[in-house]
Design a protein around this ligand. Structure first.
Ligand code: 7RM
Length: 650
């Protein structure tokens, strides 16, 4: 039986950037991209040294790269202070009065921090950390909502060489204590609470709960966001504003080794305990900086907005480190996209004249479902560039994003990358790459991406296989914190000296990369290996379907049968006739082998808190009738409870 992943969807629409966009873009022709790409692969040291130099090092490196697979060291011997590079450098270069962060709270208030103000806040907080005995390489857990203080806390850690580990504010007390135990954190930075969809999330109370299990935290610093009363344990818990009032606003940033650890970010993976992905300083910052510069085409007068949370890698690389290293002005928003209604994002775009907007396909599908009246009634003409991340974007959502949000004029960068890769790996460059709905297109500079089959041979065009990266890149993870064996086993075991991403993919004849989904999710129907993304895209291309998730279920004859979970748009009604119509629709778009055996209509799909569909749970549900596996990363437990009834009752 063939182990190749098949691919059946074709997409012929091609969108090229307008002449006007290209003319002003940093990379304006494919010839320029190809020239630079070639150099980045042939002479990575030369290429990356030129980019890294722009970040302002305290001491130059002696060697750009030292590679002993699977361990890389970038800019060996160099010294840099990541915080200085993101903040002080801009004040020095004349951007002191430029807005760094324009923050809007969910209830509606807003605050602007210039680069000079940010510098002041960061220096004060660095002094607070030092006064509390936090030293270089100590781990500090950050559990905060989307407030500027979250970025300030991260930057202040970086400034003194402490290693931050941000835990998403939607996670439970148990997730906090698991992570505290794994990284042995000395301090926690949190807030009294945070606003989400009009109510208050009790963050400090969750920290208190977690600290009943993990007892080695010496300091808890509490920023007052809501003003709600919280329990403060004497000697351990202190208020941010009280501490900050007692320290100097001056702090000299010391340079740290390029390979000094910058942060640990936990990623749940599909099974087992969360992996602490470790990123270091010089290489990581170079990756975040360079991708922002070329992929988001960041320019001096842009207003950039990434809607992710700082608790995810996207928030680290594309809210904190990348944009600030570029000295850009950015919007930061605290709350939910649908508070008070689905017009909120578009109000923010209009109000602050956002020019670059970066969000996730799951959000786009939610907007489509909510109705066009929300974007239609706002002025979105300030936008010039759109981006997506997190999942394959189905062509329907791509087209809607292009037309409704981008007014047909904005290039879309579909960016493929991972917590582990630290920065974007595969993406169009907006001023030159011809885009097609559904593909992340071509590898970024320095990224030697390929699709391999089981034997390690490179797949031909349109043949599916495993996505690998064949050469080290500056922002790659350095290890799994405290678990070198797991690091090797998870990422470096499939092919000699190559990084395996765990995604199935194919390239088309033009070399564009199409991600077909996580390898654990690939279906095997009568020996045909199908990517979940394709079958889901086919379903979503039907006019009444808002969202779909597809999994395999054991089948006596076929090996696996296809089962689909479908969410309908606005007023569409589910029926047996519609299920039949959808099956036939998949048959027409892909072929008979991909037709679902069964379709469940559901008002919502189970997702992680960052919006990725949790197919693993659906698979368990159709196989066993219930879900007993790990559901700690699940966004909404009601969804699974309802589906359980539906599936077992059928
Ligand atoms: C940034 C982030 C990583 C996984 C990755 C893919 C999927 C992300 C895309 C995508 C298709 C994309 N980090 N993924 N971006 N699939 N097209 N543009 O999401 O560590 O949380 O997830 O997400 O499966 O391996 S992550």
């Amino acid at each position: 039986m063939s182990k190749k992943i098949e691919s059946h969807l074709t997409e012929d629409r091609v969108f090229k950037p307008s002449k006007e966009f290209s003319k002003k873009a940093r990379i304006s022709s494919m010839a320029q991209y190809k020239r630079m790409y070639q150099e980045s692969i042939d002479k990575p040291g030369t290429f990356w040294a030129r980019e890294a130099k722009e970040l302002g090092w305290q001491k130059k490196w002696t060697k750009a790269l030292e590679w002993k697979a699977p361990y890389a060291k970038w800019f060996v011997g160099g010294k840099i202070n990541v915080c200085e590079s993101c903040v002080d450098r801009h004040v020095r270069e004349g951007r002191g009065n430029k807005a760094a962060i324009i923050w809007e709270g969910e209830p509606g208030e807003n605050v602007t921090l210039t680069y000079r103000q940010l510098q002041r806040e960061v220096c004060k907080f660095a002094n607070v950390l030092l006064a509390r005995g936090i030293k270089s390489k100590d781990r500090v857990l950050i559990y905060m909502p989307m407030v500027p203080e979250a970025a300030i806390a991260m930057l202040a850690c970086a400034r003194i060489g402490a290693v931050h580990s941000v835990v998403f504010g939607g996670f439970s007390a148990e997730s906090i204590s698991d992570r505290l135990e794994d990284c042995k954190a000395k301090a926690v930075i949190t807030t009294d609470g945070g606003y989400r969809r009009g109510s208050i999330v009790p963050l400090k109370a969750n920290v208190d709960e977690a600290l009943k299990r993990y007892k080695d935290v010496e300091t808890v610093i509490v920023h007052q966001r809501t003003g709600d009363k919280v329990t403060m344990k004497k000697g351990r818990d202190v208020y941010w504003h009280e501490e900050a009032a007692q320290v100097s606003a001056i702090h000299e940033p010391k340079g740290f080794d390029s390979e000094h650890p910058l942060f640990i970010l936990y990623t749940s993976g599909s099974t087992g305990k969360p992996k602490g992905i470790l990123h270091t300083s010089g290489g990581y910052l170079t990756g975040a900086y360079t991708t922002c510069k070329y992929i988001f085409d960041m320019q001096e007068d842009d207003v950039y907005w990434c809607t992710a949370d700082v608790g995810w890698i996207t928030g680290h690389s594309y809210i904190v480190y990348g944009p600030l290293a570029n000295g850009v002005t950015q919007v930061m928003y605290e709350g939910a996209p649908n508070f008070p209604d689905f017009g909120r994002f578009w109000d923010i775009v209009e109000k602050y004249s956002v020019s670059i907007f970066y969000t996730a396909p799951t959000a786009i599908r939610a907007f489509i479902k909510a109705g066009d009246e929300f974007p239609d009634s706002r002025d979105l003409s300030s936008l010039r560039l759109l981006g997506t991340v997190g999942e394959p974007i189905n062509p329907e959502a791509w087209m809607w994003y292009h037309e409704k949000i981008g007014g047909g004029r904005c290039p879309i960068v579909d960016t493929w990358w991972q917590t582990e890769t630290g920065a974007i790996m595969i993406s169009p460059l907006p001023g030159c790459t011809p885009t097609k709905p559904g593909t992340a297109t071509l590898p970024f500079f320095g990224v030697d991406a390929a699709i391999l089959d089981e034997t390690g041979q490179e797949c031909r065009a349109d043949e599916g296989g495993k996505l690998v990266i064949r050469k080290p890149w500056p922002s790659m993870l350095r290890t799994i914190y405290g678990d070198k064996k797991r690091y090797r086993d998870t990422y470096w075991n499939d092919y000699d000296g190559m990084y395996t991403a765990g995604d199935g993919a194919r390239t088309d004849k033009k070399g564009n990369f199409w991600i077909v989904g996580r390898l654990d999710d690939v279906l095997n129907v009568s020996g045909h290996r199908l990517g979940t993304a394709e079958v889901e895209s086919a379903l979503v291309s039907h006019k009444v379907v808002a969202e779909a998730a597809v999994v395999g279920r054991p089948h006596e004859i076929k090996g696996q049968g296809v089962v689909a979970f479908v969410t309908l748009k606005g007023n569409a009604k589910s029926s047996d006739a519609l299920a039949k119509e959808l099956r036939n629709h998949v048959g027409t778009v892909i072929g008979a082998i991909a037709k679902p055996d069964e379709i469940f209509f559901t008002p919502a799909l189970p997702k992680t808190r960052s919006g990725k569909i949790m197919r693993r749970l659906l698979k368990e549900l159709v196989e066993t009738g219930s879900v007993s596996g790990n559901t700690t990363t699940l966004e909404d437990h009601e969804v699974i409870a309802a589906l359980q009834k539906q599936v077992s009752g059928k």
